[in-house]
Design a protein around this ligand. Structure first.
Ligand code: CA2
Length: 154
């Protein structure tokens, strides 16, 4: 049977890890004043504007396993991922393995702060080697920069 565009995965997952639900409420000197719902709205707006028949599904969790369950449940419909794994960036082999199992799905790693300009323990990312690219230090704009890269890849 021929593969039609109707069968193609259409979901862009916009994922955020632990504590990113607090954006805009605490530590604005590091993470800025924009809230997570505002960032999600900006990403959705740009995807709608692209008019490519793509849909955004967003998810934030403070729990590693919940993020993994969410990604696994959507693996067949997913064409790309933008993820800020929060502190799981520096600790989670399980999240990396889950993302790596999505064969061929481009993954863009985003960080609001410049992780290389901060404490040494933030300089290592378990996600970076399996990501298509990493954007770090541009605040909320990083999500949109990541989205532009993703739209070129899918
Ligand atoms: O810069 C980033 O986006 C980080 O992924 C943010 C993580 C941090 O562990 C990473 O090293 C870099 C922390 C997210 C915490 O978010 C908060 C937001 C507002 C107030 C408190 C925490």
């Amino acid at each position: 049977m021929p593969i039609t565009t109707a069968d193609k995965p259409k979901k862009i997952l916009l994922l955020n890890g632990p504590n990113l639900n607090l954006l805009g409420e605490r530590q604005p000197e590091i993470y800025g004043q924009t809230t997570l719902p505002e960032i999600i709205a900006l990403v959705r707006q740009r995807v709608a504007q692209a008019d490519r028949g793509l849909e955004v599904e967003d998810f934030q969790s403070n729990h590693e396993g919940h993020l993994i369950d969410f990604i696994q449940a959507r693996r067949k419909q997913t064409c790309g991922i933008i993820i800020n794994p929060g502190a799981l960036t520096h600790s989670s082999i399980a999240l990396r393995d889950c993302l790596a199992a999505l064969d061929g799905v481009p993954i863009i790693e985003v960080h609001l702060s410049n992780i290389y300009a901060r404490e040494e323990f933030r300089h290592h990312s378990y996600i970076a080697p399996i990501a298509r690219g990493q954007i770090t230090g541009f605040g909320p704009k990083g999500y949109l920069l990541g989205l532009e890269a993703l739209l070129d890849l899918i």
